[in-house]
Ligand binder design. Structure first.
Ligand code: MG
Length: 159
């Protein structure tokens, strides 16, 4: 078994919706990024790549490459899963924590699990998504942006 960890953060800008875990969440801000700013997908992509010793998302999809401008982050996650499979592993499970003062994520966690599981080619039960606030502290507490942590485990592929 192999374990990988991922972290990402993005800054808010005016006007929604908020895109997280491939799900559009009604909110008056969105996350800025060279791609679509989906911090959940980016953290999870790094966890998956890290578990397979495949480097990181910045190497795979450089923000200096114009082809990656506005890129769909669910597709980046799916590409990471393809690379992992090509190396003889499969994603066993993943756990994600979103740290954000707002909005409330509870109503969207299930949709995120489904989107992430679909991208990774695993059952929904293999993916957990949870969210917490930063208790009003620091840049997250001031609502300047969102941070996300992810852990993924890989198992040897059967085939
Ligand atoms: Mg990012």
């Amino acid at each position: 078994m192999r374990v990988g960890i991922g972290y990402d953060s993005h800054r808010f800008d005016a006007s929604g919706p908020l895109l997280l875990g491939g799900v559009k969440i009604p909110f008056d801000k969105h996350l800025i990024g060279h791609s679509d700013g989906d911090a959940v997908c980016h953290a999870l992509t790094d966890a998956v790549l890290g578990a397979a010793s495949l480097g990181d998302i910045g190497e795979m999809f450089s923000d200096r490459d114009q082809r990656n401008a506005g890129r769909n982050s669910v597709e980046m996650l799916a590409e990471a899963a393809r690379l992992v499979r090509a190396k003889g592993y499969k994603v066993a499970q993943a756990d994600v924590t979103i740290i954000a003062e707002a909005p409330r994520m509870a109503d969207f966690r299930e949709a995120m699990r489904q989107r992430l599981a679909g991208a990774l080619g695993v059952p929904v039960d293999a993916i957990n998504v949870k969210a917490k606030t930063n208790e009003g502290m620091g840049w997250i507490g001031r609502g300047e942006g969102i941070a996300c942590l992810a852990v993924a485990t890989l198992a040897l592929s059967d085939s």
